[in-house]
Design a protein around this ligand. Structure first.
Ligand code: ZN
Length: 341
């Protein structure tokens, strides 16, 4: 065998250095619990701390366009509630029917939003607005998907991407990877492409009927699981089956969440009612006229220029810690290279 050139040793050394650095970085990230400690907390607003977990606000441009200007205390931002995007497989199942929007109808609704100047935002955008960091685009709307059914990934997500729309997935962390639910890999992919992850408990229990210790576990475990999966804070919550009371709200706040949505109808939201934000239910079967009417009224806009200079402080996104095996693989390669002649 030809003698290995000296360069090989240099290359191996460099590779090993890279590997060690990668491992050190990975270890620093994985040991940096809790994630919240790494957040740049924004000073209290109306006595409450709100944060954005990722860069928020409209796409930066120097063009003048209609916007919802900053400074309004309560604004109309419909938070649309979806469950399944599918043809209901059991025709006689009325509950299943009421939770299912067909793929065709969903596509038509997304087309309608685009044609009519709606701009899907996420909860980071809404937080940035209430913090006075950023205006909102005209006709803001938040598209939420409850429970993390598999068709969120297979059916809704491709349509959302085709429309370049943001959305929010309220996930039940204990159901991930179940046959009818999204997988962890799918969540990581969606999170990287505009689908904000919110929590919906660990096992979808009625929180008003849950004892204190279990209530805390449902709220904290689901947040922690999801944060470890996506590698950044998860601070938005949704009450399973819309069930909540004063005790549940207090527990949700204590568990570190910053917002929570209900199933009660309404479109206007403020910081003060951020733990009981109302939503617009899409039950499936309603026509586009009904869909449109449920989103009204529209928040008035003014034509303004959004500076291309980012004003929103960008909170650094934590390095992805999933899959956790990666650093070990890198290290093994480095060790194998060490005994080169
Ligand atoms: Zn649910």
């Amino acid at each position: 065998m030809p003698k290995r050139p000296n360069l090989g040793r240099v290359g191996a050394g460099a590779l090993m250095a890279v590997a060690v650095l990668a491992l050190a970085g990975a270890m620093a990230d994985s040991s940096a619990a809790p994630f919240r400690a790494q957040l740049d907390f924004v000073p209290a607003h109306n006595g409450v701390s709100l944060t954005t977990t990722r860069p928020a606000g409209p796409a930066l441009t120097d063009e003048a366009r209609p916007m919802v200007p900053m400074g309004r205390g309560a604004i109309h931002v419909p938070i649309v509630m979806y469950h399944y995007i599918r043809v209901n497989p059991v025709p006689g199942d009325q509950l299943g029917f009421n939770l299912s929007v067909t793929p065709d109808n969903f596509n038509q609704q997304m087309d309608w939003l685009k044609t009519n100047g709606y701009h899907p935002i996420d909860f980071d955008d809404l937080r940035a607005y209430f913090l006075g960091q950023s205006p909102l685009p005209a006709r803001p709307v938040i598209l939420t998907f409850d429970d993390g059914y598999r068709d969120l990934y297979t059916t809704a997500y491709p349509v959302l991407r085709a429309h370049n729309f943001k959305a929010v997935a309220y996930l039940v962390s204990g159901f991930l990877d179940a046959p009818n639910n999204v997988t962890r890999e799918q969540v990581v992919e969606m999170d990287a492409h505009g689908i904000q992850v919110g929590a919906h408990t660990y096992s979808h229990v009625d929180l008003t009927k849950t004892a204190n210790a279990e209530l805390t576990r449902q709220l904290v475990d689901s947040r922690t699981d999801l944060e470890h999966l996506v590698g950044h804070p998860v601070v938005d919550f949704c009450y399973p089956a819309g069930r909540f009371d004063g005790r549940v709200i207090s527990a949700v706040q204590a568990a570190g969440y910053q917002t929570a949505t209900t199933t009660q109808p309404g479109t206007q939201h403020s910081v003060a009612d951020r733990f009981t934000w109302t939503r617009v239910r899409v039950s499936g079967g309603e026509g586009l006229d009904r869909f449109a009417a449920d989103l009204s009224p529209q928040e008035p806009t003014v034509v303004m220029k959004v500076s291309a200079q980012p004003r929103v402080p960008v909170i650094p996104r934590l390095t992805l810690v999933y899959p956790l095996e990666l650093p070990r693989v890198v290290l093994e390669q480095a060790v194998e290279l060490r005994p080169l002649p």
